[in-house]
Design a binder for this molecule. Structure first.
Ligand code: ZN
Length: 69
């Protein structure tokens, strides 16, 4: 089936068993799972969703050990 190439934005081909994505235009070839990751990484909509996982663990201020008078 035809899908959008994540690299050159032209028409790429996804094999009928959903395993390999191939683009004749830029010679892209990757597994479908890689393709999904690639798209998720480059699409701002997906990035917002993925960004939630990247919430930092800030707030852990390390106090000084020299509190003896
Ligand atoms: Zn391409």
């Amino acid at each position: 089936m035809k899908i959008k190439c994540p690299k050159c934005k032209r028409v790429a081909e996804l094999t009928s068993d959903f395993t390999i994505v191939r683009c004749e235009n830029c010679k892209l070839e990757m597994s479908y799972s890689e393709y999904v990751k690639f798209v998720a990484h480059n699409d701002p909509t997906y990035s917002d969703i993925l960004g939630d996982y990247a919430m930092s663990t800030e707030g852990q201020t390390s106090g000084t050990l020299d509190e003896w008078d």
